[in-house]
Design a protein around this ligand. Structure first.
Ligand SMILES: NC(=O)c1ccc[n+]([C@@H]2O[C@H](COP(=O)([O-])OP(=O)(O)OC[C@H]3O[C@@H](n4cnc5c(N)ncnc54)[C@H](O)[C@@H]3O)[C@@H](O)[C@H]2O)c1
Length: 262
């Protein structure tokens, strides 16, 4: 049972340079895990590594584009060589997009689907193989999105990619359960993680306000709340949880938030 809290665990997080990935990596490192930070943005990744090493944590930065299967396999092999195994893998790297499906060219479709879905396939299969090869047992967590559960306009590629991540994780959970490798998914609602000014180019203020208004709890999520869910799913407290989807969205996915009828 490699997810037991007693031993120092080895973890990897993709998209760890900024945003949710950075918060998740911080959380795991501060809880005592050795953490490999994977990201395509070498500059910001080096900064994250420096900051976490400065706090005394055992972390390593590996520049890696999740679209490149060989690069992902090499990154996982590097982590196993360095620390002797892999206990936790968080597939978080992802990009958004704003284009109507009828206006979408193949390049824009592939930009989003290749990173979010195919990249996740590369990361979680490489991680699961490494976990099994080094003795079995481990926890994989995929960061999907509320967009996997409800379609929205001008995000068909994003919604499709994130829905694909749900099924991919469930399928892998079936295949790795007997090896003790658990695979779960977190679907965050809109999170203001503070790394993007004004929530970024894909999240106009009016959209963010609409999301607040339509969320039963009346606010956006925080990166720490997403990290809480990831930490739980990757912990011994979730030892019998696999193939599960945990929404961290203030109730957004419970139903369509409307004024009461009558
Ligand atoms: N922020 C939100 O509101 C929100 C809500 C639901 C789901 N999510 C999901 O959470 C994840 C993180 O989102 P975020 O808001 O922190 O994003 P972000 O843009 O702030 O950070 C994403 C990170 O992924 C890295 N990345 C991008 N392409 C990559 C690639 N090809 N290979 C490796 N790394 C790559 C980026 O360099 C960046 O460091 C994404 O999968 C996103 O879809 C975010």
């Amino acid at each position: 049972m490699t997810t037991a809290p007693s031993a120092t665990r080895t973890a990897l997080v993709t998209g760890a340079a900024v945003g949710l990935g950075r918060t998740i990596a911080d959380r795991l490192a501060r809880a005592g895990d050795r953490v490999a930070l994977l990201d395509v943005d070498a500059g910001r990744l080096a900064q994250a590594e420096e900051e976490l090493c400065g706090e005394g944590h055992d972390v390593v930065a590996v520049t890696c584009d999740v679209r490149d299967r060989d690069a992902v396999e090499a990154a996982v092999a590097q982590v196993v060589d360095r620390w002797g195994g892999l206990d936790v893998a968080v597939s978080n790297a992802g990009v958004a997009g704003a284009r109507l499906l009828l206006d979408m060219d193949a390049e824009e479709w592939h930009r989003v689907v290749d990173i979010n879905l195919t990249g996740t396939f590369h990361v979680i299969t490489a991680a699961a193989r490494a976990m099994i090869a080094t003795g079995g047992g481990g926890a994989i967590c995929c960061i999907s999105s509320g967009a996997a559960l409800f379609a929205r306009p001008a995000a068909g590629h994003y919604c499709t990619s994130k829905a694909g991540v749900l099924m991919l994780a469930k399928a892998l959970a079936l295949e790795t359960g007997r090896d003790g490798v658990r695979v779960n998914v977190v679907t965050p609602g809109l999170v203001d993680h503070g790394y993007r000014e004004g929530l970024g180019e894909f999240v106009p203020a009016a959209y963010a306000q609409m999301m607040r208004d339509n969320t039963p709890m009346g606010r956006l999520g925080t990166a720490d709340e997403v990290a809480d869910a990831v930490q739980f799913l990757c912990s011994a407290q979730a030892e019998f949880v696999t193939g599960a989807v945990l929404s961290v969205d203030g109730g957004s996915s419970a139903g369509k938030y409307t004024v009461p009828w009558g």
